[in-house]
Design a protein around this ligand. Structure first.
Ligand code: BGC
Length: 654
């Protein structure tokens, strides 16, 4: 069949094409064009197979990979690529076309209910991981949807609020990761967010769509987030291409608007052409699709990513375990822990519980209830067994599993503390004179101030997907040497978070902290944190030496030596921070500009070179209102994390 463009279609056909054909895909114009089937991600495939009258969905089970936060802890584009590839294979299994992910919003505040779906508080890392994930999926001929464009950093008021921010902040922090992912991987679609930016709904933000097309040269299809459209006519005129999902009211408004002359033919044709392009892209792609990973290799990947996503936060020489007699306790021992919402994957088979995973690793391990999950949303409760002192005293170590129940889409956390019962249980159990190891299941930072001093070790499991407990046990036992590093700051308490000091009501969120988000703020103001951005322990020890910084053409080459001074093979994630990029006001003193993931054998050294393209050192000037190259003296810092800088070198840029 010859390929159609907008000029081959009737007005009615064009109007039908620019709005979904149903809840999850495009209109086929009575068989004239192919259906494009979209399925939620980004943590795994979430295919809704049916919905009852009460809106209860039936989801086809799939592999639950670690959440985006866990993936990001590995600081590995290779892993992000593999994950995109694996989920694309899951999509091919059900003849789907577009995976609705990755999600790249910046973690401005740890309260945001969807932070587990996002990568980082840093745009470079977020952009690089997203670009690799997109490539991984699209190389398998499955399209992606880069979301949520943009400045959607809180959930509870996402349908009402305006994120108000200046241009420098918008470009450097909240658009940069979109720019990187678009320029490097060209996602087939891009999804707008629900919120307003500077007073205009993102589903009708002409200015930002123009910017997207002209500055980022984006040539894919812009899709609305589901039900984010307030006025279908304004949306069409703004440059958005596809309104999702189909709603009668939006279609009527489009039709009436067009008849009343409110929608220009140019706008309608451009959107219809962009939808047709997507349809044909999917048609071509569908002929090339074939499974490239067996189910087993996808599951192996889920397991490997779960191991690499764990961050060891504290270890007073109690880990790895040897042959201690253990008691495990806490509600998450028995429950699969994950964030909730449109990214929640339904498991095929139940995930292994922590006690069983420990027993499988040949530990003498019993389970005792001290906190209990209450499924009505009230959180945890102290159980009756908190006083089972005698039995606990016969054990060598207590493993306490705790975590967040309050991470989900469309709502935010009210606190970053654990619930009272869990905090009480940790404090109570640490009074028994046994080794105390806390395993924390969460997709966002936790305020540990009331208990961190009483425990010997903290293993941050993140939401590790269906193999999270096997992976946790591998870290506890040393079968896997932990190597995850945080990609967001863990503040001491919520009050320390810069975004929490900024003005906000239900309708207006002022991004007063500007560029000083996360570690950019804590390092610049020398403010203490519980665990800094970039932090993570290992069972190995690493030392850095011989740092050198050279400019070669358009590249700054930072080289150094890593020595593993321990008796254990390990993986390190050295980070390069640079700053300040200019002396303009309110700039961070250092910003992440490069990193590496390096395996170093015990008692040996490796030479590493990190390439930093010159254009990564540009800054958006508030004086000239454009990107400017960095000039003059610039400090390159080689660090173990954003606070622990080991060697610094200055260079002068002409
Ligand atoms: C979410 C998107 C998701 C879409 C479809 C929206 O509520 O914000 O991330 O892809 O629903 O489920």
């Amino acid at each position: 069949m010859p390929r159609l463009t907008a000029k081959d279609l009737t007005i009615e056909e064009k109007l039908k094409l620019v709005i979904g054909g149903d809840h999850w895909g495009t209109n086929t114009l009575d068989g004239k064009v192919r259906y494009v089937k979209m399925v939620d991600g980004p943590i795994g495939r979430r295919l809704v197979v049916s919905e009852d009258k009460q809106g209860r969905e039936t989801i086809l089970p799939s592999i639950a990979y670690p959440c985006a936060q866990a993936l990001s802890h590995a600081w590995s584009e290779d892993f992000a690529y593999e994950l995109g590839k694996a989920i694309a294979n899951d999509m091919i299994d059900v003849n789907a076309d577009i995976l609705l992910g990755p999600a790249v919003n910046i973690k401005r505040t740890p309260l945001c209910g969807r932070n587990f779906e996002y990568y980082s508080e840093d745009p470079l890392l977020s952009g690089n991981l997203a670009a690799a994930y997109i490539k991984g999926a699209q190389d398998q001929h499955i399209g992606t949807s880069l979301k949520h464009f943009c400045a959607n950093n809180i959930e509870y008021a996402r349908h009402y609020c305006s994120s108000n921010l200046d241009e420098r902040t918008l470009r450097e922090i909240y658009l940069k990761q979109f720019e990187i992912a678009i320029k490097e991987s060209n996602p087939w679609t891009l999804m707008c967010s629900y919120n307003k930016v500077n007073g205009t709904w993102m589903s009708e933000h002409t200015e930002l769509y123009k910017f997207l097309r002209e500055e980022f040269k984006y040539d894919g299809t812009v899709v609305s987030d589901w039900n984010s459209v307030h006025d279908a006519v304004r949306t069409m005129n703004s440059g958005l291409d596809l309104i999702m999902p189909f709603k009668d009211i939006d279609y009527k408004r489009l039709k009436e608007g067009y008849e009343a002359g409110e929608i220009s033919d140019d706008a309608l044709d451009s959107a219809a052409n962009n939808v047709l392009n997507l349809i044909y892209k999917c048609e071509d792609a569908s002929k090339l699709r074939k499974r490239t990973m067996s189910i087993k290799s996808r599951k192996n990947l889920a397991y490997k990513l779960a191991q690499n996503g764990i961050v060891l936060l504290k270890n007073n020489n109690v880990l790895p375990l040897s042959n201690e007699r253990l008691v495990v306790t806490g509600a998450p021992v028995l429950r699969y822990k994950a964030g909730n919402g449109s990214s929640k994957v339904t498991l095929k088979e139940p995930a292994m519980t922590l006690d069983v995973a420990l027993q499988n690793a040949n530990f003498d391990c019993i389970y005792k209830e001290t906190t209990r999950y209450v499924p009505n949303g009230q959180g945890m409760m102290c159980g009756t067994d908190v006083t089972c002192r005698e039995e606990l005293l016969t054990r060598d170590a207590v493993v306490i599993a705790v975590g967040n129940e309050n991470e989900f889409e469309s709502g935010d956390r009210e606190t970053i503390k654990l619930c009272r019962a869990e905090e009480d249980a940790i404090r109570h159990l640490s009074g028994l004179g046994k080794k105390v190891i806390v395993v924390l299941y969460a997709g966002a930072p936790v305020d540990m101030s009331s208990w961190i001093g009483c425990v010997d070790a903290v293993v941050f499991a993140s939401f590790g997907g269906q193999y999270q407990n096997e992976a946790v046990v591998d870290v506890l036992t040393g079968k896997f040497n932990p190597c995850g590093h945080l990609t967001e700051s863990f503040p001491t308490c919520l009050e320390d978070v810069p975004a929490e000091q900024a003005y906000r009501d239900v309708e207006n969120f002022d991004y007063d902290e500007g560029l000083l988000v996360g570690y950019r703020y804590y390092t610049t103001s020398n403010y203490p944190v519980l665990y800094p951005f970039g932090y993570g322990l290992s069972y190995s020890r690493f030392a850095y030496s011989n740092m050198d910084v050279k400019v070669q053409n358009d590249m700054v080459k930072v080289s150094f030596t890593i020595t593993n001074t321990s008796d254990v093979d390990g993986i390190d994630i050295p980070q390069i921070y640079v700053g300040p990029l200019s002396c303009e006001p309110d700039r961070p003193i250092r910003e992440l500009k490069g990193y590496a993931r390096v395996a170093v054998k015990k008692n040996s050294s490796k030479k590493v070179t990190v390439d930093i393209p010159m254009d990564r050192l540009q800054y958006f000037s508030i004086n000239t209102n454009k990107w400017e190259p960095c000039k003059g003296k610039l400090t390159f810092m080689l660090g173990k994390n954003s606070r622990d800088i080991i060697i610094e070198k200055d260079i002068v840029l002409a």
